[in-house]
Ligand binder design. Structure first.
Ligand code: MTE
Length: 331
């Protein structure tokens, strides 16, 4: 994320535009030269990331009978982002603000045992052990585009099932209008909770119809394996038509509520990050355009950026939920 907020009087320049593009251009000499000048901090971080080329893979997800999803929009013929990139170029601020930090620091997270508490406006609140969540429904592979608000994207095969399956199990009450996702905030496991950029726990939220949309994925794995810590182990949400920050990692509590939840980035910089945060090439971020993006692992520094698609390409599936809404106002 890039953030300028008066709250902390802190301009947080993570030049995500420079780092991935240069890195993928594969021009090491050029990289070194660049690293000495503007964007050097991030490029240096990228170089460090390269030293981590051996990402620890947590292994197979049990049960292994993951099936290909037949939910509309859940597959794409686009090239998958290499595992190494998807697992070492991450945003997970609880483990550091640089893209190369989570893969280095998230080993302190203990994803098992894990419990997710479901509470609020539901008939059947309860606590679910991770194993029970795994067993609640058949695991599906869904290949989704992930578009980060910073202007880059990836294509990742996620493993999970529709969040609606869990929601139906707990029977939301009629006055439940939103779902709030609260993620872990444990200083013993996370070394960067005191950076003052965000309030922790990291909170995200969806309107009820968005949460219940079949594309909204309760996610336990990627590339057929358990989620690596840096990608949000052991359970995260993935909402493919919204900017990546709506997809909260390492969820510990799911709350059904009547009022629109106060979400982490919205609280931190309300003029920059709205509640809806639907991918929208026609609504610029106050400080940069959202019309184009770079695909991590494919689009080199000198490649023309690709056009960002409305709702990240999922308009046919989700557009109807926003019919009649002014998406400039509800950004
Ligand atoms: N969840 C938590 N708890 N903390 C975070 O900092 N970053 C978000 C989102 N979920 C974040 C988070 C952002 S900005 C993005 S782009 C995605 O995670 C990145 O997911 P990925 O690392 O799997 O690509």
């Amino acid at each position: 994320m890039l953030i300028k907020t008066d709250r902390q009087g802190f301009d947080h320049p993570i030049p995500s535009e420079i780092a991935p593009a240069a890195a993928y251009a594969g021009r090491r000499g050029f990289l070194k030269a660049l690293a000495a000048g503007a964007g050097g901090a991030t490029l240096a971080a990228w170089a460090q990331r390269e030293a981590f080329a051996q990402v620890q893979r947590p292994g197979k997800l049990a049960p292994l009978n993951t099936i290909k999803s037949n939910v509309a929009g859940a597959t794409t013929v686009e090239k998958l982002t290499p595992y190494l990139d998807a697992s070492s170029y991450n945003n997970y601020y609880e483990f550091g603000t640089d893209k190369s930090d989570p893969v280095r620091n998230a080993h302190t997270l203990k994803p098992t045992p894990w419990t997710v508490e479901v509470e609020g406006l539901v008939k059947k609140p309860g606590k679910y052990a991770l194993e029970d969540l795994h067993k609640l429904a058949g695991l599906e592979e869904r290949i989704y585009r992930l578009r980060c608000v910073e202007g880059w994207s990836m294509v990742i095969p996620w493993v999970g099932y529709s969040f609606a399956t869990l929601a139906q199990r707990v029977e939301p009450l009629g006055n439940a209008k939103y779902v709030e996702f609260l993620t872990l905030a444990d200083p013993k496991q996370m070394g960067y909770l005191n950076t003052r950029i965000l309030d922790y726990p990291y909170v995200e939220g969806l309107r009820m119809d968005e949460a219940m949309h079949p594309l909204t994925l309760l996610t336990f794995g990627m590339y057929g394996e358990v989620l690596p810590n840096q990608n949000g182990a052991p359970v995260r949400i993935v909402v493919p038509w919204k900017y990546g920050f709506k997809s909260g990692k390492s969820i510990v509590k799911i709350r059904f509520v009547e009022r629109e939840p106060k979400t982490a980035w919205n609280k931190s910089a309300p003029g920059e990050y709205g509640f809806y945060s639907n991918v929208n090439p026609n609504v610029d971020h106050p400080r940069w355009s959202q019309a184009t993006e770079r695909r991590i692992g494919e689009d080199g520094l000198f490649a023309k950026k690709r056009k960002t698609l409305m709702f990240n390409g999922y308009e046919a599936q989700v557009g109807q939920m926003y019919a009649g809404m002014d998406l400039k106002k509800f950004y």
